[in-house]
Design a protein around this ligand. Structure first.
Ligand SMILES: *Cc1c(COP(=O)(O)O)cnc(C)c1O
Length: 416
């Protein structure tokens, strides 16, 4: 048995990944390759790389540093391959813009990240029809499938409402209708949930969140789970229909989405993300435990009207979350104070949370939702999405639990 095959655990595999893949000078990390071009002594080798042999040419299509990160991320999702991008939004844009075309229909959850929702507006302008459905309700999803539907898109935990889509049921619907099932797993990360387990074709993560984890790098990734038969997909260009059909979509996403659109992840943030990933499980164990304890505190406090956290037994999809994610329910929660209490004033009375957007940081972050990240959307759309004016979102970090609880308790007690 080789050393490689004995390394099975989630964290063990991440920690030893680069070393076992082979590095110069026995380094334990893949180095940061900043070269923008890669040269060959023999022109035949240059030609071969341009014609599809694995290798590097111009760094817009990747570097040894991004390739090592991609291999690590593909392994974390039990996928066949991964492509990294400069941000999560670039990864989403690359998938939608390269696998869908004018006249196609995209069926998406209505509980998606605000910027993704805004991106749907751009897709509509390009002639791609987008329908938003309540993805927690399988009948609504089934009823929205049309003859021109090509793809179903959902997130694992809705932000800020923490809705959990019927991820398993939608996997069945996608399979029965031969649709690409695309899952944004950012809020769970591969540590809590692998989208492959519910039949996803493609999964993506904003690496800027839990995976990098320390608010010091932006990045995104698309991973092919290997489950979809791309030879049956009508939008793969003939030039990418080469070799094993399992690789066709990723070939197209890489050439069209990365080479042509150009939102490439640079080597320096790729390295930071790779380091962050080493402690993903440790950080999430702590942050999820902190989030559950904070949700319980809020839930029991007389100044609080409503708390949304999948770990609370009265959350509408608590059982589903427990089945899919185990005993960790994520790091995001949202809540509203009693009518008449001012959420901005409340936030100003807290001293521990960082008042900032972003999620999945080591630090606890909080913001008033309607006035910030959902401001551009307008009040009618907010009402439709269930976002009240007093809603507060918290992304719980890894601080000492007593400090988190003490700070929120004190501020809440002062409100009543
Ligand atoms: C942040 C986020 C994105 C976008 O990622 P960026 O790296 O910030 O571009 C996409 N989806 C979800 C669920 C996110 O939280």
């Amino acid at each position: 048995m080789t050393a490689k095959s004995t390394l099975k655990g989630f964290t063990t595999k991440i920690l030893h990944h680069d070393r076992l893949r082979g590095t110069e000078h026995n380094a334990v990390h893949q180095p940061i390759h900043t070269s923008s071009q890669y040269a060959y002594a023999d022109a035949k080798d240059l030609v071969a790389v341009f014609q599809g042999r694995p290798g590097f040419s111009y760094a817009r299509q990747g570097t040894p540093t991004t390739a090592a990160l991609e291999a690590k991320l593909a392994q974390m999702e039990a996928g066949t391959s991964a492509i990294t991008f400069a941000t999560g939004m670039a990864a989403l844009t690359a998938v939608f813009a390269t696998l869908l075309k004018s006249g196609d229909h995209l069926l998406a959850s209505q509980y998606v990240f605000g910027n993704t929702n805004s991106l749907f507006g751009t897709l509509s302008q390009l002639g791609i029809e987008v329908t938003l459905v309540d993805a927690t309700n399988l009948d609504a999803v089934k009823a929205a499938v049309r003859t021109n539907t090509r793809m179903i898109f959902v997130e694992t935990i809705g932000n800020p409402g923490t809705q959990i889509a019927d991820l398993e049921g939608i996997g069945e619907v996608a399979k029965a209708n031969n649709l690409v099932y695309f899952v944004d797993g950012t809020l769970t990360s591969p540590y809590l949930f692998q989208a492959k387990s519910v039949g996803a074709s493609l999964t993506m993560h904003s690496l800027s969140k839990h995976i990098a984890g320390h608010a010091q790098a932006l990045g995104g990734v698309v991973i092919d789970t290997g489950l979809f038969d791309w030879s049956s997909y009508p939008n793969i260009l003939p030039t990418y229909q080469k070799n094993d059909p399992k690789g066709w979509a990723m070939a197209q996403i890489k050439k069209k989405g990365l080479r042509d659109m150009g939102a490439t992840l640079a080597a320096e943030p790729a390295h930071r993300i790779a380091i962050g990933a080493e402690t993903l499980a440790l950080r999430l164990d702590k942050a999820c435990a902190n989030a559950l304890a904070l949700a319980q505190l809020l839930d029991g406090h007389r100044a609080v009207a409503r708390v949304a956290y999948p770990g609370l037994p009265d959350h509408q999809q608590h059982d589903r979350a427990a089945r899919l994610f185990g005993d960790r329910f994520g790091t995001l929660l949202s809540f509203s104070l009693n009518p008449g209490l001012d959420c901005v004033e409340f936030l100003n009375s807290l001293s521990l949370p960082v008042l900032a957007t972003h999620v999945g940081d080591t630090r606890t972050l909080a913001l008033p939702v309607a006035q910030t990240i959902y401001h551009e959307m307008g009040s009618a759309m907010r009402a439709q999405m269930g976002i009240e004016d007093g809603l507060i979102r918290v992304s719980v970090g890894i601080e000492d639990l007593n400090d988190v609880l003490a700070d929120f308790s004190k501020a809440l007690d002062a409100m009543v």
